[in-house]
Design a protein around this ligand. Structure first.
Ligand SMILES: NC(=O)c1ccc[n+]([C@@H]2O[C@H](COP(=O)([O-])OP(=O)(O)OC[C@H]3O[C@@H](n4cnc5c(N)ncnc54)[C@H](OP(=O)(O)O)[C@@H]3O)[C@@H](O)[C@H]2O)c1
Length: 280
């Protein structure tokens, strides 16, 4: 499929010039695209006519998602079943993409890992896995795929978390890894401005996915968790209108407002209290 005119672009003032034809040889590469927020983001871009490349470890779930997206949107979907944290995985991914005869226009760094519990009692290996998945893999992919993005007038959409904006006991390393990703995004946005590569970071609060299913019984989860589709809709719109940061959903925006404008000692105190039972 090709030839549908784009009506939006993340290139700000370059938007009109960027109304290039959608092209089956240019893909939106979504890491963690088989389920949850990544799948919703894949569906959102597919609904605007973009060809996709989806990455996840479990090939069956990945293929099933790809089939569903092809059937729903009539777009090509390439699948790459690999563990992004494995040795040389990002090199193998780029090689597989290029072997498929496609190039990455938009890179969506979405795949994530987390661990809950105090740092002192959590295995170092688990904590390092979180950092590799949430921070190192996006960095590696960004560097590795920059030539694709530049050649295709593309961009980068990173999936961070509100947890990266306020240090959260029992999610210390997860929050720190997401703070890394958000900081990297904002700084690289400036660095890549000259090359016309927009970088956007989306900061969801709690979202209903397999990621958070274990917390489903908590009142806070039931009150505040949003839908992956809400995140994807807001992220697509924010990215395509050239925003640097997107906080999707009313509840997340209220929390973000509180974090930014209430005294740090107050918000940190509430969070410390809210997580104190988990540390006992
Ligand atoms: N859910 C929330 O409340 C929430 C809130 C804020 C931010 N986020 C962020 O949103 C992103 C997506 O989270 P989600 O809730 O949608 O998670 P999810 O439902 O668990 O989906 C995670 C996706 O990533 C893939 N994945 C995980 N590790 C991978 C690896 N090493 N290599 C390749 N693929 C991998 C998974 O597929 P396989 O298992 O088959 O590999 C799956 O497709 C994460 O970065 C998370 O930190 C989530």
């Amino acid at each position: 499929m090709s030839g549908t005119a784009q009506t939006a672009s993340p290139h700000g003032s370059r938007g009109d010039a960027d109304r290039s034809q959608k092209n089956d040889s240019q893909i939106v590469l979504v890491t963690g695209g088989s389920r949850g927020i990544g799948r919703a983001l894949a569906g959102e871009f597919a609904s605007h006519g973009y060809a996709l490349g989806l990455v996840a470890r479990h090939a069956d779930a990945l293929e099933q998602t790809a089939q569903e997206l092809r059937a729903a949107h009539g777009i090509p979907v390439h699948t790459y079943a690999l563990d992004l944290t494995a040795l040389n995985a990002t090199d193998r991914l780029r090689a597989a993409v290029e072997a498929d005869g496609v190039r990455v226009k938009y890179l969506i760094n979405n795949a994530g890992a987390w661990s809950r519990g105090p740092v002192a009692t959590t295995d170092l290996e688990d904590l390092e896995h979180v950092i590799t998945t949430n921070a190192l893999v996006p960095l590696r992919l960004t560097k590795m795929l920059l030539p694709h993005l530049i050649a295709n007038e593309g961009g980068i959409l990173n999936v961070g978390s509100l947890a990266g904006t306020l240090p959260t006991p029992t999610f210390a390393v997860y929050g720190a890894s997401k703070a890394f990703l958000a900081s990297l995004s904002v700084a690289m946005r400036q660095e890549l401005k000259q090359q016309g590569i927009p970088v956007c970071v989306v900061l969801p609060g709690l979202v209903h996915t397999g990621f958070t299913a274990s917390g489903e019984r908590s009142i806070w989860y039931r009150l505040s968790a949003g839908a992956p589709e809400t995140v994807a809709f807001a992220a697509y719109r924010g990215f395509m209108t050239g925003q640097a940061t997107v906080v999707p959903g009313l509840m997340s925006r209220v929390i973000d407002f509180g974090i930014r404008f209430l005294p740090g000692a107050f918000t940190q105190g509430i969070l410390n209290f809210a997580t104190s039972r988990r540390r006992e």
